[in-house]
Design a protein. Structure first.
Length: 247
C-alpha cells in the first residue's frame, strides 16, 4: 500500500461520516427537512462522481474535472437559497473530498502523480472545514511522496517468478539506484546461465530482506542492461581463448 492509498481511505471514511451527520441533522429537526431538496443536487453529483471513479479509475480524472466544472453553480444556487451556513460548509467539504477521491483513484490507477497532485489542489479550493482541508493536505503530501519514490516507474502487471536450477533460469541481478528512505534498489530480471546474465528481460525497484522481496514498480531497461551480458560473455570467451592459446 502506498502513502496515497492510506490517505484516500481516510477521505472515504470522512465522506461517509459527513453523509451520516447531514442525515442526523435533518432528522433531528423536521423543520430542517425542507432543505433536503436543496441538498439533493450536490449529493447526487458527489455520489455519481464517486461511483464513476470507482467503476473506471483510469478515467477518474475526467470525473473530477466534471465535478470541478459543475460544482460552483450548485454552490452558488445553494448559497442564494438562504440555507444555514453549516449545510453550505458541509456540502463544500463533500465536493472537495469527492474530487480528492477521484484524483487519488486516478493517480493510483495510472501513476500519473503530477496530474493527481494538480487535481488535489483543485479539490482544496472547495474545502471549507478544517478536517477536509487536513485530509486533502495529507493526500497531496502522500501523492508528492509517491511521485518522489515511484517517479519513472510503471505499475507491475505481471509478477516475475525468479527460479534457477543448477545456475540456469531467471533471477534478479544487480543493485543500483538505492533509495535510503524506502530501502529499495533497482534490479534487472534476467535469464541467467551459470548465474551469469544472458538476456535482460525487465527492471524493477525492489525492497528485499533476508527472507523475501517486494516489488514497488517496473523501471525501463537501460542501454547498460542490454550491453552488460555481451560484455561479460565476450570477456569470458576471450579469457578462455587466451588460456587455450597461451598454453
Amino acid at each position: 500500500m502506498t502513502p496515497l492509498d492510506s490517505a484516500k481511505d481516510a477521505s472515504a471514511d470522512v465522506l461517509l461520516d459527513q453523509e451520516a451527520l447531514i442525515g442526523r441533522m435533518l432528522a433531528a429537526d423536521p423543520e430542517r427537512q425542507k432543505y433536503t431538496g436543496l441538498l439533493a443536487p450536490i449529493m447526487i453529483l458527489c455520489q455519481k462522481a464517486r461511483a464513476d471513479a470507482e467503476a473506471d479509475r483510469k478515467s477518474a480524472d475526467r470525473v473530477a474535472l466534471r465535478a470541478i466544472a459543475d460544482a460552483p453553480a450548485l454552490i452558488r444556487t445553494l448559497s442564494a437559497s438562504g440555507i444555514p451556513a453549516i449545510y453550505l460548509s458541509q456540502c463544500s467539504d463533500r465536493i472537495a473530498l469527492t474530487i480528492a477521491q477521484c484524483a487519488a483513484a486516478y493517480a493510483l490507477a495510472t501513476w500519473e502523480w503530477k496530474s493527481g497532485i494538480t487535481l488535489l489542489g483543485e479539490a482544496m479550493r472547495f474545502a471549507d472545514g478544517g478536517e477536509a482541508k487536513e485530509i486533502i493536505e495529507r493526500e497531496i503530501a502522500a501523492a508528492k511522496k509517491n511521485k518522489t519514490q515511484l517517479d519513472g516507474l510503471t505499475p507491475i502487471r505481471e509478477l516475475p517468478s525468479p527460479s534457477t536450477t543448477d545456475g540456469i533460469g531467471l533471477r534478479l541481478c544487480g543493485a543500483s539506484g538505492r533509495d535510503p528512505e524506502t530501502k529499495s534498489y533497482l534490479a534487472t530480471y534476467c535469464f541467467v546461465l551459470f548465474l551469469i546474465p544472458v538476456v535482460p528481460i525487465r527492471r524493477y525497484r525492489v525492497i528485499r530482506n533476508e527472507y523475501q522481496y517486494a516489488l514497488l514498480g517496473r523501471a525501463p531497461l537501460r542501454i547498460f542492461d542490454m550491453l552488460l551480458p555481451p560484455i561479460i560473455w565476450g570477456s569470458i570467451v576471450a579469457g578462455i581463448h587466451w588460456l587455450l592459446y597461451a598454453s
